[in-house]
Write a protein that binds this ligand. Structure first.
Ligand code: NAP
Length: 241
């Protein structure tokens, strides 16, 4: 069976992506860090609709945790392979640079960037051997234009876009594509403390996006239909730049 691994699949964008990617041809691995209850709810919904969903908790920013969890999964699934990887796990720790604590800087960089590196390196080998793979990195509008109060987050997401372009060129010969998605404001726990009624006035489409709208784009990039797109960053932001 082919599997899609969705990091941070317990809530928000990741939960919608996991549900959308599941099909008779593709099972899903839902990764999360600590919110087991939410992850179980996503898996149950997928199973109720006839899909296959495994739960795989690990901290993407910990090399040991990533390697131990994926090794265990691979041992239990000798005939299965991960053909789609969605690097979605991410956090915000906003602060103006002048007030930013070292911990806030490192936590955000480590989750987005180290997480991308540890998980992708681990999963890549199977894709290169199978000569097929889809890697989709969830970046952000912040990584393209930079947002005040988010020097840490903007730096992490911009670096993720750079890594996407580099890796795409490394693995293209093996028919593994690597793309990034840069969402604007999408409704989720991450944005629930933002003032949507004020912010939406800056957005040409006049609203925050839905996680399902991001999931639809991920689903296209994960499909065979996207086979000639690689190294690209696709914005999904209602026209906000
Ligand atoms: P969210 O609702 O806060 O969910 C975050 C998810 O990431 C949760 O499943 C969480 O797991 C998981 N996670 C966090 N740290 C982790 C770690 N160290 N290891 C494993 N899993 C971890 O966030 P979201 O809005 O869905 O955001 C998803 C992605 O989209 C992030 O990369 C974010 O930067 C990006 N993004 C979001 C927006 C937006 O407007 N929402 C815009 C642009 C980009 P637990 O449930 O266990 O905590």
């Amino acid at each position: 069976m082919n599997y899609a691994l969705v990091t941070g699949g317990s809530r928000g964008l990741g939960a919608s992506i996991a549900k959308r990617l599941t099909s008779p041809e593709l099972a899903v691995i839902i990764n999360y860090r600590s919110n087991e209850e939410a992850a179980i709810r996503v898996a149950e919904e997928i199973r109720a609709n006839g899909g296959i969903a495994d739960l795989l908790p690990f901290d993407v920013s910990s090399e040991k945790s990533v390697d131990a969890a994926l090794e265990k999964w691979e041992d239990a699934h000798p005939n299965d392979q991960i053909t789609v990887l969605v690097n979605n796990a991410g956090i915000r720790e906003d602060n103006l640079m002048i007030f930013m604590q070292s911990e806030q800087w490192h936590k955000v960089i480590n989750t987005t960037l180290d997480g991308f590196f540890y998980v992708t390196r681990r999963v890549l080998k199977g894709m290169l051997t199978k000569k097929f793979g889809r890697i989709i990195n969830i970046a952000s509008l912040s990584g393209l234009k930079g947002l005040p109060g988010q020097a840490n987050y903007s730096a992490a997401k911009a670096a993720l876009i750079g890594a996407t372009k580099a890796l795409a060129q490394e693995v293209a010969a093996r028919k593994v594509t690597v793309n990034a998605i840069a969402p604007g404001f999408i409704k989720s726990d991450m944005t629930k403390d933002l003032d949507e009624s004020t912010l939406k006035k800056q957005i040409p489409l006049g609203r925050f996006g839905e996680p399902e709208e991001v999931a639809a784009l991920v689903s296209f990039l994960a499909s065979k239909d996207s086979s000639y797109i690689t190294g690209e960053t696709i914005s999904i932001n209602g026209g906000l730049y």
